[in-house]
Write a protein that binds this ligand. Sequence first.
Ligand SMILES: [Zn+2]
Length: 308
Amino acid sequence: MSIEGAAMKNILSIALTGLLWLLVQPASAAINVLACEPEWAALVNEIAGDKAAVYSATTALQDPHHIEARPSLIARARNADLVICSGSELEVGWLPLLLTQSGNAKIQPGMPGFLEASQLVFRLEIPKILDRALGDIHPAGNPHIHLDPRNIAKVAEALKDRLAQIDPANAGTYSSRSAAFQQRWRDAIVRWEAEAAPLKGLTMLVHHKNMSYLNAWLGLREVGSLEPKPGMPPTTAHLAGLVARMQAEPAKVIVYAAYNSPQAAEFLSARSKIPAVMLPFTVGGSDRAKDLFGLFDDTLARLLEVLK
Ligand SMILES: [Zn+2]
């Protein structure tokens, strides 16, 4: 084959590859979004609909503190127009590497393609003294902000603006979908607060300190944690201490997230006769938590079950 012939073959194959690529792209998805956690992927779906192809780096059954920046995720980051994460160092173990390895300038911190949800809300538990000896503590405050639905509303507002900035052609869609979502969400919050009224003051042992925003919203009272220090797995000695404490002053419920192993909660429950309840924690953590509305419906239903 002549050089010209080979060149022509190359051009044809490039053109064909391009055509195939166009064919496999969802027709209307204008942008690619990589979410660090399922709750943010679900929120992007609410605001962007089919204008965004969304992928979540973690599932509800994975601990968002600890995953690996595996090659498939790096590829997702490389093609992303927007990365949305809880931030406040929740993903400090893997996100910085993912962003660096992506070689994608659009999604670096400070760029429009990077949105850190926790920076948009009032953060709880910002430590007064920073001491790593206190455990895998979150030095920027508690990053698990999404179980207060009022925080979701704030993030939704910023997300709508960010989507419009990245993809101005579809700004109208983002704006109208956002308005409709905010209305449904406000109505849902009113309903949830009414349903959850009996939960006020409920005492709770948590597995990890990831229920703080839920508790602050509804007036629940956290009285201890199964982890001896935040981020450290429960130890027999610590659990034995809790069994003794619960005999003197029992909490009403022990909760753990869908991604936690139930072992420690069940151990303590069996010895203290306090019910252990799995909460979905995020979208996909239970059958009912199919979207953000289902997440809160199911969380409240599971807690209210304790009072029956
Ligand atoms: Zn945490």
